[in-house]
Design a protein around this ligand. Structure first.
Ligand code: PMP
Length: 443
């Protein structure tokens, strides 16, 4: 089918995420991608684009890493899907063992076994990984003598997903306000990434815990890097301090590492930068290397034990595709590739170049503010304007003409490419971002 016909069908039938459709149908000439390999997207016109954001941050090993393709096809040859109801299978069981062995603190001596993240609950995507954590925490408290513990503390700018529970604990107005009446009540505290935010955020977390120690089910946060807020970054110290505050009143810390997990910050998990073990850890996106939807929520042994003993203590949760063998097999191979290709080492080696490039852009081009970077994420803001202001789109267009697929979030221009991006492609990417910004800055 030719390109024009495809675009016609798309515009007639497909409703795109986070897209104002009238404008899209009238004005957008979408990329029609026919193939992707490594960091490159190939379109129907024979052009290629460097994927600056790893396809909404999932593609940490590049598109169609040969070992992941192989693992997927191998698994497809024997078992594509079966429910985990009274059944188990190799990929789910073995991945469970491998993930918990890599979990924060797993190899630390002297950690009480009840604090270890020794249990895994599988689901399909980042939102459900968070939803699982919310329900696990709430049900744990309900059946372990603290039934009033139903409120969560969350940060301004937090993004935890699309489902109603995950939206409820979110803190970006644009994403939650329209659903306001449907959302449950949470305690919002400022983000540590806001100017002078760290001390204020910590004080408000402590105050909220002190005000209602019997009512707080947990604190949920994206450690170190709040992605969808606009790549807001903060010190690992904040995570450590919140951990101490939650331990002081014996409530939970939920780390949403859907974006930051699996090496994005240069550590395997962002909480590792703080030396912190959360009670619940949410993973998705990179867990299956951008191959297919798959997610996991790691839970402490204490939480798991809270579901044993009495007659009816099933966690009231389960999706059709929980523990899907294809996803689990690919995730196992993702872990193996990280080990064999020293992906974390690669990020640590390349990260200073990303940071230096964004700092240079902000220092040399007009109108750029707040250059920042952590691991394989670099970002800078276009000065002035609201969240959905226009200049981000001008950067997108300028980048597209240069063979870069770069989608700013509002006025934040950022990159979050594959962690194993080859050096030469990283050079191309950084130069392309700089050139695109220069073009837009020139007006
Ligand atoms: N949590 C965080 C921190 C995220 O960045 C995202 C997605 N951007 C989600 C949860 C939701 O993940 P998904 O889109 O896979 O549902």
């Amino acid at each position: 089918m030719d390109r024009a016909t495809l675009v016609g069908l798309d515009k007639q039938h497909v409703w795109h995420p986070y897209t104002a459709m009238e404008q899209y149908i009238a004005k957008t000439d979408p990329l029609v991608i026919v193939r992707a390999e490594g960091v490159w997207l190939h379109d129907a016109d024979g052009r290629r684009y460097l994927d600056a954001n790893g396809s909404w941050w999932v593609s940490t090993l590049g598109h169609r890493h040969p070992r992941l393709v192989h693992a997927l096809t191998e698994q497809l040859g024997s078992l594509a899907h079966v429910s985990l109801a009274g059944i188990t299978h190799g990929p789910a069981a073995r991945l469970g063992a491998e993930l918990t062995a890599l979990a924060p603190g797993a190899d630390r001596a002297g950690v009480p076994s009840e604090q270890k993240l020794s249990r895994v609950f599988y689901s399909d995507n980042g939102s459900t990984a968070v939803e699982v954590a919310i329900k696990m925490a709430a049900q744990y408290w309900a059946q372990n003598g603290r039934p009033r513990r139903t409120r969560f503390i969350t940060l301004t700018g937090a993004f935890h997903g699309e489902t109603i529970g995950a939206t409820s604990v979110g803190g970006v107005h644009e994403f939650r306000d329209v659903f306001g009446p449907l959302l449950f009540d949470v305690v919002h505290v400022p983000s540590p990434a806001e100017p002078d935010g760290h001390a204020r955020a910590l004080a408000e977390v402590k105050a909220a815990l002190a005000a209602d120690p019997d009512g707080i089910a947990g604190v949920i946060l994206e450690p170190v890097l709040q992605g969808a807020a606009g790549m807001w970054m903060s010190s690992p110290d904040f995570v450590r301090e919140v951990r101490e505050a939650t331990r002081a009143v014996d409530t939970f810390l939920i780390a949403d590492e859907v974006f930051t997990g699996m090496g994005r910050t240069g550590a395997r998990f962002a909480v590792d930068l703080a030396g912190v073990m959360p009670d619940l850890l949410c993973l998705a996106k990179a867990l299956s290397g951008g191959m297919l939807p798959f997610a996991a929520t790691l839970a402490s042994e204490r939480i798991f034990q809270g579901f044993l003993g009495a007659k009816d203590r099933a966690l009231y949760y389960g999706h059709s595709y929980c523990g899907n063998p294809l996803g689990a097999a690919v995730a196992r191979e993702v872990l193996a590739v990280y080990r064999d290709e020293d992906v974390l080492g690669q990020v640590q080696r390349k990260a200073p170049r990303v940071k230096a490039a964004f700092e240079r852009m902000a220092a040399t081009l007009p109108g750029l503010v707040r250059p920042r970077a952590v691991g394989m994420v670099g970002a800078v803001d276009l000065g002035g304007g609201g969240y959905f202001a226009d200049s981000g789109w001008r950067v997108y267009e300028a980048a597209r003409r240069r063979g870069l697929y770069l989608r700013p979030m509002g006025n934040t221009v950022y990159i979050a490419p594959a962690l194993n991006i080859p050096d030469a492609d990283l050079d191309l990417l950084l130069a392309g971002v700089e050139d695109s910004l220069r073009e837009v800055a020139a007006g």
